[in-house]
Ligand binder design. Structure first.
Ligand code: PMP
Length: 355
């Protein structure tokens, strides 16, 4: 298994040798030792710098994975169109991959997402449909619109990142092996939040297999997601309620990607927005890292998991993307006030709220 995974990793994602084009530069990101938080917890808190992918997020890997898979299966042909429903980052990854490979790219996304992501997608040549944010059960949900649009268009595919397990497979053959090699197999716990579940499932499965089940895999959730209660109730799916300022994470159902790990999780817990936004500022102040809210949520969760696993443990999480994609929100006094989060920023960190 190791050899097969490693060969695919060498073939499909970045290596230390020179690389070919955008797609060749995906992956092989650094694993950052979070010094202040590690010292505070007495554990090694490590974070995979996925914001360093060439398209700026963890989703470059999934984008490359689903396009490669469609090409290999003969579904995507020269000059074809890739259609996807996305909170933005998968779309940005796909827009890059499409430009680099001569495909057209059409993106459906909820109109609640940041303007930065919409603008960037358009600058990358994607056709963007920002549609009303409605529940998955509603036929007007952005995912169903993407599916229907692709069905009606000749030489087009819907990459279906939520239920296409080529997404998790991209992490199984790249992110997982990279973390294993970078830690020399010493990961006690891996934790991250999920949107499609691709990252958690792909990395989680790889680390569990390599460690013969010793590495604990945990799920971290934003408010408004049902996954924590699903895991902690032993598989009961509840109605979605509440919301979060974090973009790209939280889920109302068990996607096909998530299904490949959900029964092997050691646990799950929810991180309130107050803690995530405070960590956005703390990571900037203490580690010099300018990150989005899902990365911050993941770090809060990693610190909590380190406390659960005890001093001396090694915990790994994911830094999904940079704050550049959300700065008009995360660093705006007015926006924070509108979300009731002005008091979540401690006094000594308020100097960073400059917009
Ligand atoms: N963070 C951000 C900012 C994202 O855009 C996404 C993907 N929607 C995730 C985390 C979650 O990644 P995954 O889809 O692999 O669960």
């Amino acid at each position: 298994m190791f050899c097969a995974a490693r060969t695919a990793f060498r073939r499909g994602f970045a290596t230390n040798a020179s690389v070919g084009g955008f797609t060749g530069a995906v992956g092989n990101t650094p694993l950052i030792y979070l010094k202040h938080l590690s010292e505070k917890t007495g554990s090694r808190v490590l974070a995979k710098a996925e914001f360093q992918n060439p398209g700026g997020s963890v989703k470059d890997r999934a984008a490359l994975g689903v396009v490669r898979d469609a090409e290999e299966r003969g579904l995507l042909k020269a000059g074809g169109t890739v259609v996807e429903g996305t909170a933005g980052n998968t779309g940005i990854g796909l827009a890059h991959v499409c430009r680099a490979n001569g495909y057209k790219c059409v993106i459906f996304m909820p109109n609640t997402q940041s303007q930065e992501k919409i603008d960037l997608l358009r600058m990358l040549g994607a056709e963007v449909h920002a549609v009303p944010a409605v529940a998955y059960e509603n036929p007007a949900n952005y995912n169903h619109q993407a599916r229907d649009y692709a069905k009606a268009l000749p030489n087009a595919i819907w990459t279906n990142q939520f239920d296409n397990t080529a997404n998790a497979q991209a992490h199984y053959i790249s992110t997982g092996p990279e973390i294993w090699e970078q830690t020399r197999g010493t990961v006690d716990g891996f934790i991250c939040s999920t949107g499609t579940g691709g990252t958690l499932a792909g990395v989680g499965r790889y680390l569990r297999e390599k460690s013969s089940g010793k590495t604990q895999i945990w799920l971290a959730d934003p408010p408004g997601s049902v996954l924590t209660s699903y895991v902690n109730s032993g598989g009961k799916l509840t109605e979605r309620s509440g919301s979060s300022i974090t973009e790209g994470i939280g889920q109302g159902r068990i996607t096909d990607n998530l299904a490949t790990i959900v029964n092997n999780l050691s646990g799950a817990f929810t991180v309130p927005d107050e803690k995530s936004i405070e960590m956005v500022y703390e990571l900037l102040d203490t580690e010099g890292l300018y990150l989005g809210a899902s990365s911050a949520l993941n770090v809060v969760a990693a610190v909590e998991l380190a406390a659960k696993l005890g001093k001396g443990s090694t915990v790994v999480t994911v830094l999904c993307d940079g704050a550049y994609r959300y700065q008009s929100r995360l660093f705006s006094k007015q926006w924070l006030n509108s979300k009731g989060l002005e008091d979540a920023i401690p006094k000594h960190l308020k100097k960073y709220t400059v917009l």
